[in-house]
Design a protein around this ligand. Structure first.
Ligand SMILES: [Zn+2]
Length: 572
């Protein structure tokens, strides 16, 4: 490719729409352009990178017996009614009607489509296991699309679905995908750590997310420095510490005190001169129509996912003002466990609290010296809080540390969630009709590219790992007006092309500084500079993008040297 013809409009200035480095660099290097919020057009260089990542994914999926399919983007509502997700999915789903008024969505994910596809064809255990995957656009109407390819409304995903006859088979599929994912991210040149995660709206139990640790990450990852435990903070387990409240003698007398206008933990602790960890937050929810209360320590936050799992409910919503008044007799901000008659679920940390400050269930009043057992009882203790850095490790005696992470992939065990709901069954050897056991496995292709950039850049631009660079080499004659340089550059370009090297020749009549800046910004791993002085000495100069190392190479060795560098690509 000649640089003069390449459609790669580079920008000197960072567009104001970009907040994080990968987004800025992808716009500046001319890899993509925004069409609408969270919707992007890929330009030639951007698409080449995407295609390379896809190819790596394809090879690794094929290696674990995945078979590639291409499922429709437009999906009929009937299938989503069958799984129960047409109403559950909410505003994130792009919905549309055809001219007959039938309802469809733009697929946010493909469990329904694939389950329907397989149920009509798979009849016997002999047809299992089956692993089908696709690389396809997904559509989610995100509330806040942002960060370029990190959180878009249209994005490219690889999704694989496994169908097995039993849980042992599912285990095999799950771990095959898990290990394939490790290879995929390694080959893309980025460290992605598998961490325990929550399964969210997709359903199922066991799941791992693959996280690239980076400041710009939207997720908080907690990991233990002493053992291998790592989890998304939204899923990380809280620890039930042994012992209860030790010193019963020190219990103060329960007392109601006025706290006018102080309804948040910050306001109350400031008003009463206590610490947030001396207060109990009482949060009122309505679970499947029934009011319940959840208690967490004042400096902790409730994890709704954990509460929802504990209650095993279909719907869980924060109680509205009216319900709060009915249940407590007070405005929002003054609920407390003393005297409440609805079920109370308390986080483990509540077990160890003494002389706590709690809402008095009366406007502008709190109770001090509230004590468990004496003043209030709880229905059950459970792990209900959002685990945070500094908390004890649930696996060993270590302490959890926090880091920001970008989720680039996820593997789930779905079990029979979709196959049962949608009647996808097969006949066992003994003739029994059994639901298929499913797993699903996703990789965000664009997000992986963004994550690679987040980990591979410097002040001059992108530093592509050789494996996914849009082109491996750029040849830069210092002056195209110098005939010897222009001819040497063309000759080298032709030779590299003949050797199958992916190369760009910067044939523009630009100053060398402009050419070098573009080469660095786009991030070609290998640059060959051709100047008069080196040509006179019978040499060309190779510059490695990552290390900026320069090597002078005799003309006759230049092609073998470049080929050698590409072969040992890991070290670039
Ligand atoms: Zn540990």
């Amino acid at each position: 490719m000649y640089m003069s013809q390449l459609y790669s409009p580079t920008l000197r200035e960072t567009p104001s729409e970009a907040e994080i480095i990968s987004h800025k660099l992808m716009l500046r290097a001319g890899l993509l352009r925004r069409s609408a919020a969270g919707v992007y057009a890929f330009l030639p260089l951007g698409l080449r990178v995407i295609r390379k990542v896809e190819q790596i994914i394809r090879e690794e999926m094929n290696a674990i017996d995945g078979q590639e399919v291409l499922l429709p983007i437009i999906q009929p509502s009937e299938l989503w009614e069958e799984s129960g997700r047409w109403s559950d999915y909410g505003d994130e789903m792009f919905r549309l009607r055809d001219r007959q008024g039938r309802q469809f969505c733009l697929g946010p994910t493909h469990e329904e489509i694939i389950t329907a596809l397989v149920r009509s064809e798979v009849r016997s255990y002999r047809q299992l296991p089956l692993r089908l995957y696709q690389i396809q656009n997904k559509y989610r109407d995100e509330m806040r699309p942002r960060f370029g390819l990190m959180r878009g409304r249209e994005f490219i995903m690889k999704d694989m679905y496994s169908f097995d006859r039993d849980n042992e088979g599912l285990d095999e599929s799950y771990w095959a995908a898990y290990h394939a994912y490790k290879r995929i991210f390694e080959r893309c040149g980025v460290d992605a750590h598998p961490v325990e995660a929550d399964s969210g709206a997709i359903g199922g139990d066991v799941t791992h997310e693959f996280m690239v640790l980076a400041e710009s990450g939207e997720d908080l990852v907690l990991f233990c420095a002493e053992c291998a435990y790592a989890a998304n903070a939204e899923r990380a387990e809280g620890v039930r510490e042994p012992g209860g409240t030790e010193n019963k003698a020190a219990l103060g007398a329960l007392e109601t005190v006025p706290t006018p206008g102080a309804s948040t933990i910050e306001q109350i602790s400031a008003f009463l001169g206590v610490q947030p960890q001396d207060c109990i937050k009482t949060l009122l929810y309505v679970a499947d129509g029934t009011p319940v209360a959840a208690l967490v320590r004042g400096d902790h936050n409730l994890n709704e996912i954990k509460l929802r799992k504990l209650l095993n409910c279909e719907t869980l919503d924060l109680a509205d003002d009216e319900t709060i008044f009915e249940v407590t007799g007070a405005r929002v901000g003054f609920a407390g466990p003393v005297g409440l008659t609805i079920p109370l679920y308390a986080d483990y940390a509540i077990e160890h609290m003494q002389n706590a400050v709690v809402g008095a269930n009366s406007d502008d009043q709190h109770c001090v010296n509230a004590n468990l057992d004496r003043d209030f009882q709880v229905t059950a203790f459970a792990d209900l809080r959002i685990t945070q850095p500094g908390d004890p490790c649930p696996r060993c005696s270590g302490t959890l540390q926090g880091a920001r992470g970008i989720e680039v992939g996820q593997v789930f065990k779905l079990g029979t969630k979709y196959s049962s709901a949608m009647g996808a069954t097969f006949l066992e050897e003994n003739g029994a009709e059994t639901p298929l056991i499913m797993g699903c496995y996703g990789i965000g292709v664009g997000r992986t590219v963004a994550a690679v950039i987040e980990k591979n850049y410097d002040e001059d631009g992108i530093i592509w790992p050789l494996s996914i660079a849009p082109y491996q080499v750029i040849v830069v004659p210092v002056s195209m007006k110098d005939q010897a340089q222009a001819e040497a550059a063309q000759r080298l370009y032709d030779e590299l092309m003949a050797e199958g090297v992916e190369v760009v020749l910067d044939d523009r009549n630009e100053r060398p500084g402009v050419k070098f800046k573009d080469a660095d910004l786009i991030g070609f791993p290998i640059r060959v500079t051709i100047g008069s002085k080196s040509l006179d000495k019978g040499e060309m100069e190779i510059t490695l993008r990552r290390t900026k190392k320069k090597i002078s190479v005799p003309l006759e060795d230049i092609v073998p040297t470049i080929k050698g560098l590409i072969k040992d690509g890991e070290t670039l």
